[in-house]
Design a binder for this molecule. Structure first.
Ligand code: AMP
Ligand code: ZN
Length: 431
């Protein structure tokens, strides 16, 4: 059962639809000052695109292009056609703003509704959005999709766990949207309050917006007693609703009637071989206000070969394994923060939160990992703690080939904001 027939379109029909929509998108793009001059210089117009594969004729669009033409250089419609803007969290540098027309908001809500339906939410379910609102798309983006599906939507926002719990109970909430780091934090809150998560009516959590491992998903499912589904999106491509797991939990369907997705080698810009990991590049097909062509997401993933058992025909992407730009190089070893998380989460004594710190010792870059330890293991016995520290350092060494300093800290002692967790802190030159 699908929310929309488009989810099960035969591949050939899907490609035909993509071609039509790509041509229309090119026509729209020509109206913006950025693409108008870029496509103009290359002499490209809609007639140059007779299959989705022709997309390779286009140059990439990067975050720097967005920044360089901030705020209005990508707009394709008269100013009075826009009804909303969002901005990406911009953990680095100036933010990028994305502008939406009413029809963009409508098609985005449809995509999110489709995702929520795919994980088993239905009209009549009560849905609590526990992610931050404001410029962050995880608030209003999920909110509008939930209303579109017909759910009674509780715009709880992030934080204030006591109030979240009251809302969950009072309104018999069936589904929540929550970022993974907050989900783990909320689980320990429930434990401290003596609340059995299985006494709540919730069944389903949508988790996304920040990278997390399969181990973290399993933990969330075990600790909260619900099914957790991975949700992928980015502001530049609307926000949430770009790619989403179905009930199979076997990769995220990327909605190909709304986007053309490619996976490239970040160095060469060429497509990687089938099933290989590379940088996800995306083109919007349903956006009138601010379409983007071949946008480089910097997110690393791969297409999962084969069809999904759910019957949806849209391609699946694998869990995001990192960013093309978050690779750490310590003592000559390439390290992804996700590898560190994976190793930490395999240690039962480790609680939810951790921070990776980079610092300099003499000329050498060093790595320090501060790890929260579950209360029951945070004992007075120095020998036990030292042994645990060694065990964690060894586990990390096996995974990343470098032995980091490991600092054990008490549960809930690492400061936590309401937004995305900050996992890597660069202290080089600052200590
Ligand atoms: P923003 O536009 O500020 O919401 O940030 C979007 C970025 O968050 C993406 O480019 C990804 O790097 C990350 N992100 C979003 N959803 C996921 C997810 N499900 N798994 C891993 N990373 C994600
Ligand atoms: Zn599926």
């Amino acid at each position: 059962m699908h929310y929309e027939a488009a989810e099960g379109l035969a591949r050939e029909s899907l490609r035909k639809l993509q071609t039509e929509r790509l041509r229309r998108t090119i026509t729209t793009c020509l109206r913006s000052s950025f693409y108008g001059s870029r496509l103009g210089a290359l002499g490209l117009g809609p007639d140059d695109f007779s299959s989705p594969d022709d997309i390779e004729k286009l140059p990439f669009t990067t975050k720097d292009d967005l920044r360089g033409n901030y705020p209005y250089g990508f707009l394709c419609q008269p100013m009075d056609q826009y009804v909303r803007l969002h901005a990406s969290s911009g953990t680095t540098g100036t933010p990028t703003a994305i502008f939406y027309t009413q029809s963009d908001i409508d098609s985005w809500a449809g995509l999110v509704a489709r995702c929520m339906y795919a994980v088993g939410l239905r009209k009549g379910d009560v849905f609590q959005n526990m992610s931050g609102y404001g410029l962050f798309t995880g608030g209003l983006g999920i909110h509008y999709g939930s209303e579109r599906l017909g759910c009674l939507t509780v715009p709880a926002g992030a934080g204030n766990s006591k109030r979240q719990l009251k809302l969950l109970r009072d309104f018999h909430v069936a589904g929540i949207h929550i970022i993974p780091s907050y989900a783990l934090h909320f689980a320990s809150f429930l434990k401290n309050e003596g609340v059995d998560p299985r006494s709540l009516d919730w069944r389903i959590a949508l988790i996304g917006a920040e990278p997390h491992t399969e181990e973290v998903r399993q933990r969330i499912q075990d600790l909260l007693g619900i099914k957790a589904y991975n949700s992928y999106g980015l502001t530049e491509m609307n926000g949430p609703g770009v790619a989403f797991e179905c009930e199979e939990q076997a990769g995220m369907h990327l909605w190909e009637d709304a986007y053309i997705a490619e996976i490239i080698d970040s160095e060469t810009g060429e497509h990687v071989a089938e099933g290989q990991v590379g940088e996800l590049v995306m083109t919007t097909l349903c956006r009138d206000g601010m379409p983007l062509l071949r946008y480089r997401t910097r997110d690393l993933t791969r297409f999962i070969p084969g069809m999904c058992a759910c019957g949806r025909t849209h391609v699946r992407i694998d869990r995001i394994t990192g960013r093309a730009d978050d690779m750490l190089i310590i003592k000559g070893c390439n390290i992804y923060p996700m590898q560190i998380e994976q190793a930490l989460m395999s240690v039962p004594e480790v609680a939810q939160n951790y921070v990776i710190e980079l610092f300099k010792e003499g000329e050498m870059d060093q790595l320090r990992v501060k790890v929260e330890i579950k209360d029951e293991y945070f004992v007075e016995d120095m020998r036990a703690l030292t042994a645990l520290q060694k065990k964690i350092a060894g586990r990390l060494r096996d995974e990343i080939l470098v032995t980091p300093r490991v600092e054990l800290v008490q549960h809930d002692s690492i400061p936590k904001g309401e937004g995305k967790a900050v996992r890597v802190v660069d202290l080089r030159g600052k200590e």
